[in-house]
Design a protein around this ligand. Structure first.
Ligand code: SF4
Ligand code: SF4
Length: 302
């Protein structure tokens, strides 16, 4: 079984499902949303992040690099991404933790040890484990093993998904999932392609099939100024959610915040979010009303 890379493990999370949660973030996503605040989640491969603010210019990384991919200059550390083999030796010797390798594999047993340490918090708060990404459904065998191991311990399991996945896999995963956090962005397919890189057809069909299967689903919608923060988009999204089979879904609106600029810089990637802005409070109120009008309960935030 191929193990996915995990790029973050967040303890005491209160925004990724009910109660206090342990959230595991898998690396690799078939979408590349313009507003993504975890750009390190998109590539399934290990990446190197460099935080220039932490660098003390000691030169230790330059000395160990087997590819001569690093140089110290008067302007600071300069890296040659084409020469870098991502061996991680520079990160190992950096005394300031200015270089960090993002993404590593974990055995299921290792993750379950972490889960066991958190169980007291889950039990007290009604929390559990959330598997997020990236897209966790890109790794069905590993995901199923993890979900089954949590299920054997009676730990609540949430899966955060873009819905862009094989429908058979989604429904198989649903047998071992207590709650889906299902992301919806836009109903207009041309705009969905423009902003995420993929069509939303499969995402909407999968949501409808998942809902018809009786799975518990919480809908999560990023609200982004200049992209979808207007009544026309809100009404189209609300119509789809209100038309789903089963219980009325709770909708969580996630206002966009421009917090990822530093991460793009540390990855050495261009920040593509310049044209985006946070929604105004008026836009958020109007957006929320479109869902309330359909009898859906709405929460602003995770
Ligand atoms: S990851 Fe390896 S090859 Fe790349 S800069 Fe660091 S030491 Fe050099
Ligand atoms: S080892 Fe770390 S602190 Fe020293 S020059 Fe390299 S990145 Fe900077």
């Amino acid at each position: 079984m191929q193990q996915p890379l995990i790029f973050d493990i967040r303890r005491y999370s209160i925004n990724d499902g009910p109660g206090i949660r342990l959230t595991l973030f898998f690396k690799g996503c078939p979408l590349s949303c313009l507003w993504c605040h975890n750009p390190e989640s998109i590539s399934p491969h290990q990446q190197k992040m460099f935080n220039s603010g932490r660098c003390i210019a000691c030169g230790e990384c330059v000395k160990v690099c087997p590819r001569d991919a690093l140089q110290l200059s008067a302007a600071g550390l300069i890296a040659d991404p084409l020469a870098c083999a991502l061996c991680g030796q520079c990160a190992q010797v950096c005394p300031a933790r200015a270089i960090e390798m993002v993404g590593r594999t974990y055995d299921i047993a290792e993750l379950m040890e972490m889960v066991d340490r958190e169980r007291i918090f889950f039990e007290e708060s009604g929390g559990g484990v959330t598997i997020s990404g990236g897209e966790p459904l890109l790794h069905p065998s590993y995901l199923l093993q993890l979900l089954k191991a949590c299920g054997l311990r009676g730990v609540h399991r949430a899966v955060d998904t873009s819905g862009f996945c094989d429908q058979g896999v989604l429904l198989a995963v649903a047998q071992h999932t207590d709650l889906f956090l299902y992301d919806l962005k836009l109903i207009d397919d041309a705009l969905h392609r423009k902003y995420t890189g993929v069509s939303n057809k499969r995402i909407i069909e999968n949501l409808q099939a998942l809902s018809a299967s009786g799975a518990a689903i919480q809908i999560r919608i990023p609200v982004i100024g200049t992209v979808n923060a207007d009544e026309e988009h809100a009404r189209a999204l609300a119509d789809v959610v209100a038309g789903l089979d089963g219980e009325k879904k709770t909708v969580h609106l996630l206002p966009y915040h421009g917090i990822a600029a530093g991460k793009y810089q540390r990855l050495g990637e261009p920040d593509r979010q310049g044209a985006l802005r946070e929604p105004t409070s008026r836009e958020l109120t109007d957006f929320e009303a479109c869902f309330s009008d359909q009898g859906l309960s709405v929460v602003v935030g995770g």
